[in-house]
Design a protein around this ligand. Structure first.
Ligand code: FES
Ligand code: FE2
Length: 329
Protein backbone atom coordinates (compact mmCIF):
# COMPACT_ATOMS: atom_id res chain seq x y z
CA UNK A 1 0.00 0.00 0.00
CA UNK A 2 1.11 3.56 -0.64
CA UNK A 3 0.98 5.42 2.66
CA UNK A 4 -0.46 8.90 3.20
CA UNK A 5 -3.21 8.66 0.61
CA UNK A 6 -6.98 8.88 0.45
CA UNK A 7 -8.27 5.50 -0.79
CA UNK A 8 -11.77 5.24 -2.23
CA UNK A 9 -13.09 2.15 -0.42
CA UNK A 10 -16.88 2.10 -0.73
CA UNK A 11 -19.78 3.91 -2.35
CA UNK A 12 -21.22 6.57 -0.06
CA UNK A 13 -24.64 4.92 -0.29
CA UNK A 14 -23.31 1.68 1.19
CA UNK A 15 -22.88 3.31 4.60
CA UNK A 16 -26.45 3.85 5.72
CA UNK A 17 -27.57 6.00 8.62
CA UNK A 18 -28.08 4.16 11.91
CA UNK A 19 -26.61 0.82 10.86
CA UNK A 20 -22.96 -0.24 11.26
CA UNK A 21 -21.36 -1.93 8.27
CA UNK A 22 -18.50 -4.44 8.55
CA UNK A 23 -16.10 -4.65 5.59
CA UNK A 24 -12.55 -5.77 4.88
CA UNK A 25 -10.41 -3.12 3.21
CA UNK A 26 -6.64 -2.63 3.08
CA UNK A 27 -6.22 -5.96 4.82
CA UNK A 28 -8.15 -4.85 7.91
CA UNK A 29 -11.61 -5.62 9.24
CA UNK A 30 -13.35 -2.28 9.57
CA UNK A 31 -16.65 -1.00 10.89
CA UNK A 32 -18.20 2.05 9.26
CA UNK A 33 -21.32 3.90 10.29
CA UNK A 34 -23.07 7.25 10.07
CA UNK A 35 -24.14 8.93 13.25
CA UNK A 36 -26.97 11.41 13.75
CA UNK A 37 -24.81 14.09 12.19
CA UNK A 38 -24.70 12.06 8.93
CA UNK A 39 -20.91 11.96 8.95
CA UNK A 40 -19.20 8.65 8.19
CA UNK A 41 -16.95 7.14 10.86
CA UNK A 42 -14.57 4.19 10.71
CA UNK A 43 -12.90 2.05 13.38
CA UNK A 44 -11.10 -1.25 13.41
CA UNK A 45 -13.89 -3.78 13.79
CA UNK A 46 -12.68 -5.27 17.06
CA UNK A 47 -13.88 -4.20 20.47
CA UNK A 48 -11.08 -3.44 22.93
CA UNK A 49 -13.03 -5.11 25.70
CA UNK A 50 -13.10 -8.73 24.55
CA UNK A 51 -12.67 -8.64 20.82
CA UNK A 52 -16.23 -8.81 19.48
CA UNK A 53 -17.09 -7.28 16.09
CA UNK A 54 -18.49 -3.79 16.58
CA UNK A 55 -20.20 -4.05 13.19
CA UNK A 56 -22.85 -6.30 14.78
CA UNK A 57 -23.68 -3.54 17.24
CA UNK A 58 -25.88 -0.45 17.10
CA UNK A 59 -25.51 3.24 16.49
CA UNK A 60 -26.30 5.59 19.41
CA UNK A 61 -26.20 9.26 18.44
CA UNK A 62 -22.77 9.49 16.83
CA UNK A 63 -21.27 6.46 18.59
CA UNK A 64 -21.22 2.76 17.89
CA UNK A 65 -22.17 0.34 20.69
CA UNK A 66 -20.63 -3.12 20.93
CA UNK A 67 -23.20 -5.94 20.69
CA UNK A 68 -21.51 -7.95 23.49
CA UNK A 69 -21.49 -5.75 26.63
CA UNK A 70 -22.65 -2.44 25.24
CA UNK A 71 -19.42 -0.44 25.44
CA UNK A 72 -19.76 2.67 23.26
CA UNK A 73 -17.09 4.26 21.08
CA UNK A 74 -17.11 7.63 19.38
CA UNK A 75 -15.88 8.27 15.79
CA UNK A 76 -12.35 8.82 17.12
CA UNK A 77 -12.45 5.38 18.80
CA UNK A 78 -12.63 6.70 22.39
CA UNK A 79 -14.74 4.67 24.77
CA UNK A 80 -17.60 6.90 25.93
CA UNK A 81 -19.60 4.46 28.04
CA UNK A 82 -19.12 1.19 29.94
CA UNK A 83 -22.67 0.27 30.94
CA UNK A 84 -21.55 -2.20 33.63
CA UNK A 85 -19.68 0.61 35.41
CA UNK A 86 -22.59 3.04 35.21
CA UNK A 87 -23.03 6.16 33.15
CA UNK A 88 -21.31 8.41 35.70
CA UNK A 89 -17.97 6.60 35.63
CA UNK A 90 -15.76 7.87 32.78
CA UNK A 91 -14.14 5.01 30.85
CA UNK A 92 -10.34 4.75 31.10
CA UNK A 93 -8.51 6.54 28.30
CA UNK A 94 -6.69 3.37 27.32
CA UNK A 95 -10.01 1.86 26.16
CA UNK A 96 -9.40 3.09 22.64
CA UNK A 97 -10.20 1.42 19.31
CA UNK A 98 -7.93 2.41 16.39
CA UNK A 99 -9.74 4.79 14.05
CA UNK A 100 -9.30 5.94 10.45
CA UNK A 101 -10.27 9.35 9.06
CA UNK A 102 -13.02 8.90 6.45
CA UNK A 103 -14.84 11.36 4.21
CA UNK A 104 -17.69 11.42 1.72
CA UNK A 105 -16.73 12.94 -1.63
CA UNK A 106 -17.98 12.42 -5.20
CA UNK A 107 -20.32 9.65 -4.03
CA UNK A 108 -17.53 7.59 -2.52
CA UNK A 109 -16.20 6.96 0.99
CA UNK A 110 -12.49 7.78 1.19
CA UNK A 111 -10.23 6.47 3.91
CA UNK A 112 -6.99 8.15 4.89
CA UNK A 113 -4.32 5.48 5.14
CA UNK A 114 -1.27 7.09 6.63
CA UNK A 115 0.19 9.21 9.38
CA UNK A 116 -2.14 11.36 11.46
CA UNK A 117 -1.90 15.01 10.40
CA UNK A 118 -3.38 18.22 11.65
CA UNK A 119 -4.71 18.93 8.18
CA UNK A 120 -5.26 16.23 5.58
CA UNK A 121 -4.78 16.99 1.88
CA UNK A 122 -7.81 17.48 -0.40
CA UNK A 123 -9.34 14.49 -2.15
CA UNK A 124 -8.78 14.50 -5.90
CA UNK A 125 -11.17 13.20 -8.57
CA UNK A 126 -11.69 14.08 -12.26
CA UNK A 127 -12.67 17.54 -13.46
CA UNK A 128 -14.65 16.12 -16.38
CA UNK A 129 -17.18 14.51 -14.03
CA UNK A 130 -19.83 17.07 -13.16
CA UNK A 131 -22.60 16.88 -10.55
CA UNK A 132 -25.52 16.83 -13.01
CA UNK A 133 -24.35 13.56 -14.58
CA UNK A 134 -26.26 10.44 -13.63
CA UNK A 135 -24.66 7.06 -13.07
CA UNK A 136 -25.13 3.44 -12.16
CA UNK A 137 -22.40 1.48 -10.38
CA UNK A 138 -21.27 -2.08 -10.87
CA UNK A 139 -19.36 -4.00 -8.20
CA UNK A 140 -17.25 -7.06 -8.81
CA UNK A 141 -14.67 -8.95 -6.74
CA UNK A 142 -11.37 -9.70 -8.49
CA UNK A 143 -9.10 -12.30 -6.95
CA UNK A 144 -5.94 -10.31 -7.34
CA UNK A 145 -3.99 -7.48 -5.75
CA UNK A 146 -5.34 -4.04 -6.59
CA UNK A 147 -2.08 -3.08 -8.37
CA UNK A 148 -2.72 -5.76 -11.04
CA UNK A 149 -6.28 -4.59 -11.53
CA UNK A 150 -5.07 -1.01 -12.00
CA UNK A 151 -2.34 -2.04 -14.43
CA UNK A 152 -4.94 -3.80 -16.53
CA UNK A 153 -6.78 -0.50 -16.97
CA UNK A 154 -3.53 1.13 -18.13
CA UNK A 155 -2.73 -1.72 -20.50
CA UNK A 156 -3.39 -0.59 -24.08
CA UNK A 157 -1.72 -3.67 -25.61
CA UNK A 158 -4.41 -6.11 -24.45
CA UNK A 159 -7.39 -4.49 -26.16
CA UNK A 160 -7.51 -6.44 -29.49
CA UNK A 161 -6.95 -9.74 -27.68
CA UNK A 162 -8.97 -9.72 -24.49
CA UNK A 163 -11.70 -7.55 -26.00
CA UNK A 164 -11.54 -8.74 -29.63
CA UNK A 165 -15.33 -8.84 -29.87
CA UNK A 166 -16.16 -5.75 -27.80
CA UNK A 167 -14.11 -2.56 -27.26
CA UNK A 168 -11.04 -4.03 -28.99
CA UNK A 169 -12.69 -4.84 -32.33
CA UNK A 170 -10.82 -3.94 -35.52
CA UNK A 171 -7.47 -5.72 -35.06
CA UNK A 172 -5.61 -2.61 -34.05
CA UNK A 173 -2.74 -4.62 -32.61
CA UNK A 174 0.08 -2.19 -33.22
CA UNK A 175 0.72 0.28 -30.42
CA UNK A 176 2.18 3.73 -31.09
CA UNK A 177 3.61 5.35 -27.97
CA UNK A 178 1.53 5.49 -25.90
CA UNK A 179 1.95 9.02 -24.76
CA UNK A 180 1.73 9.71 -21.04
CA UNK A 181 1.88 13.00 -19.15
CA UNK A 182 1.82 13.74 -15.43
CA UNK A 183 -0.45 16.36 -13.99
CA UNK A 184 0.96 17.76 -10.76
CA UNK A 185 -1.62 20.45 -10.07
CA UNK A 186 -3.32 18.93 -7.03
CA UNK A 187 -0.89 16.77 -5.13
CA UNK A 188 2.65 16.02 -6.16
CA UNK A 189 2.20 14.40 -9.57
CA UNK A 190 -0.57 12.00 -8.68
CA UNK A 191 -2.55 12.20 -11.93
CA UNK A 192 -1.40 10.26 -14.97
CA UNK A 193 -2.89 11.22 -18.37
CA UNK A 194 -2.69 8.71 -21.16
CA UNK A 195 -3.45 8.88 -24.89
CA UNK A 196 -4.19 5.62 -26.67
CA UNK A 197 -3.14 5.37 -30.33
CA UNK A 198 -3.38 1.80 -31.55
CA UNK A 199 -3.59 0.94 -35.26
CA UNK A 200 -3.60 -1.97 -37.70
CA UNK A 201 -0.18 -3.41 -38.47
CA UNK A 202 0.68 -2.12 -41.95
CA UNK A 203 4.41 -2.85 -41.69
CA UNK A 204 5.41 0.52 -40.31
CA UNK A 205 7.27 0.37 -37.01
CA UNK A 206 5.51 1.63 -33.90
CA UNK A 207 6.28 5.23 -33.06
CA UNK A 208 8.12 5.95 -29.86
CA UNK A 209 6.32 8.25 -27.40
CA UNK A 210 8.79 11.04 -28.23
CA UNK A 211 7.97 10.75 -31.96
CA UNK A 212 4.29 11.41 -31.38
CA UNK A 213 2.97 14.96 -31.69
CA UNK A 214 1.85 16.76 -28.55
CA UNK A 215 -1.75 15.72 -28.03
CA UNK A 216 -4.31 18.23 -29.19
CA UNK A 217 -7.24 16.41 -27.64
CA UNK A 218 -8.18 15.40 -24.11
CA UNK A 219 -6.54 12.24 -22.74
CA UNK A 220 -8.20 8.88 -23.39
CA UNK A 221 -7.49 7.65 -19.87
CA UNK A 222 -6.60 9.17 -16.54
CA UNK A 223 -5.40 7.51 -13.37
CA UNK A 224 -5.20 9.19 -10.02
CA UNK A 225 -3.20 7.64 -7.22
CA UNK A 226 -3.79 5.61 -5.31
CA UNK A 227 -6.86 3.92 -6.80
CA UNK A 228 -9.21 5.78 -9.18
CA UNK A 229 -9.30 5.63 -12.96
CA UNK A 230 -11.21 7.51 -15.64
CA UNK A 231 -12.01 6.58 -19.22
CA UNK A 232 -13.00 9.68 -21.16
CA UNK A 233 -15.34 8.14 -23.72
CA UNK A 234 -16.82 11.49 -24.78
CA UNK A 235 -17.66 14.77 -23.09
CA UNK A 236 -21.03 13.32 -22.12
CA UNK A 237 -20.08 9.73 -21.27
CA UNK A 238 -17.39 8.74 -18.79
CA UNK A 239 -16.39 5.60 -16.98
CA UNK A 240 -14.76 5.75 -13.57
CA UNK A 241 -13.34 2.72 -11.82
CA UNK A 242 -12.36 2.43 -8.17
CA UNK A 243 -10.04 -0.39 -7.16
CA UNK A 244 -10.83 -0.88 -3.49
CA UNK A 245 -8.06 -2.97 -1.93
CA UNK A 246 -9.59 -5.76 0.16
CA UNK A 247 -6.39 -7.62 1.03
CA UNK A 248 -3.25 -8.81 -0.75
CA UNK A 249 -5.21 -11.16 -3.00
CA UNK A 250 -8.58 -9.50 -3.46
CA UNK A 251 -9.82 -6.25 -4.93
CA UNK A 252 -13.35 -4.95 -5.11
CA UNK A 253 -13.82 -3.23 -8.42
CA UNK A 254 -16.44 -0.50 -8.64
CA UNK A 255 -17.25 0.71 -12.14
CA UNK A 256 -19.49 3.70 -12.77
CA UNK A 257 -20.74 4.97 -16.07
CA UNK A 258 -21.51 8.69 -15.80
CA UNK A 259 -23.58 10.32 -18.51
CA UNK A 260 -25.60 13.37 -19.39
CA UNK A 261 -26.83 12.16 -22.76
CA UNK A 262 -30.24 11.06 -21.54
CA UNK A 263 -32.03 13.10 -18.89
CA UNK A 264 -35.67 11.96 -18.97
CA UNK A 265 -36.01 10.10 -15.66
CA UNK A 266 -37.13 6.60 -16.67
CA UNK A 267 -35.16 6.46 -19.91
CA UNK A 268 -32.13 7.74 -18.05
CA UNK A 269 -32.26 4.83 -15.63
CA UNK A 270 -32.60 2.38 -18.48
CA UNK A 271 -29.63 3.96 -20.21
CA UNK A 272 -27.54 3.84 -17.01
CA UNK A 273 -28.42 0.17 -16.49
CA UNK A 274 -27.54 -0.66 -20.10
CA UNK A 275 -24.14 0.98 -19.54
CA UNK A 276 -23.71 -1.03 -16.39
CA UNK A 277 -24.37 -4.28 -18.24
CA UNK A 278 -21.95 -3.37 -21.04
CA UNK A 279 -19.27 -2.68 -18.46
CA UNK A 280 -19.96 -6.00 -16.80
CA UNK A 281 -19.34 -7.88 -20.06
CA UNK A 282 -16.08 -5.99 -20.66
CA UNK A 283 -14.67 -6.22 -17.15
CA UNK A 284 -15.42 -9.95 -17.00
CA UNK A 285 -13.29 -10.37 -20.14
CA UNK A 286 -10.47 -8.69 -18.21
CA UNK A 287 -11.05 -10.42 -14.88
CA UNK A 288 -10.77 -13.87 -16.37
CA UNK A 289 -7.21 -13.16 -17.53
CA UNK A 290 -5.93 -10.79 -14.85
CA UNK A 291 -6.78 -13.25 -12.07
CA UNK A 292 -4.29 -15.68 -13.62
CA UNK A 293 -1.34 -13.23 -13.46
CA UNK A 294 1.39 -14.22 -11.04
CA UNK A 295 2.55 -12.92 -8.67
CA UNK A 296 -0.70 -11.34 -7.63
CA UNK A 297 0.95 -8.15 -6.51
CA UNK A 298 2.90 -6.09 -8.99
CA UNK A 299 5.98 -4.00 -8.25
CA UNK A 300 8.83 -2.35 -10.10
CA UNK A 301 11.38 -5.18 -10.19
CA UNK A 302 9.22 -8.15 -11.07
CA UNK A 303 11.49 -9.37 -13.83
CA UNK A 304 8.68 -9.23 -16.42
CA UNK A 305 9.83 -8.70 -20.00
CA UNK A 306 8.05 -5.50 -20.89
CA UNK A 307 7.70 -3.77 -24.28
CA UNK A 308 7.35 -0.14 -25.40
CA UNK A 309 3.57 -0.36 -25.35
CA UNK A 310 3.76 -1.19 -21.62
CA UNK A 311 5.00 2.37 -20.97
CA UNK A 312 1.98 3.39 -18.87
CA UNK A 313 2.39 0.31 -16.68
CA UNK A 314 6.04 1.14 -16.12
CA UNK A 315 5.08 4.75 -15.31
CA UNK A 316 2.52 3.46 -12.81
CA UNK A 317 5.02 1.14 -11.14
CA UNK A 318 7.76 3.79 -10.93
CA UNK A 319 5.56 6.41 -9.40
CA UNK A 320 4.01 3.91 -7.03
CA UNK A 321 7.45 2.91 -5.81
CA UNK A 322 8.43 6.57 -5.35
CA UNK A 323 5.28 7.30 -3.38
CA UNK A 324 5.80 4.26 -1.17
CA UNK A 325 9.33 5.38 -0.40
CA UNK A 326 8.30 8.99 0.13
CA UNK A 327 5.62 7.82 2.57
CA UNK A 328 8.06 5.65 4.48
CA UNK A 329 10.42 8.55 5.06
S1 FES B 1 -16.55 -7.28 23.76
FE1 FES B 1 -17.31 -5.34 23.28
S2 FES B 1 -18.27 -4.69 25.06
FE2 FES B 1 -17.42 -6.57 25.61
FE1 FE2 C 1 -9.56 -4.62 -20.55
Amino acid sequence: MIPNQWYAILESSEVKPGKPLGVTRLGENLVLWRGEDGQPACLVDRCVHRGAALSLGKVHQNDVACPFHGFRFDPAGRCTLIPANGKDVPPPRAFQVPSYPVQDAFGWIWLWWGAARQELPPIGYFDAITPEMSYATLRDLWKTHYSRAIENQLDVVHLPFVHHNTIGRGRRTLVDGPLTRWDCSLAECDLLNLWVSNRKDDGRAPQRPDQLPEPARRPSLQFRYPNVWHNWISDRVHIVAVFAPVDDENTLLYIRMYQNVVRVPLVRQLFDQAGRLANLVIERQDRRIVETQLPKRSHLRLGEKLIQGDGPIIAYRRRREELIHAGGR
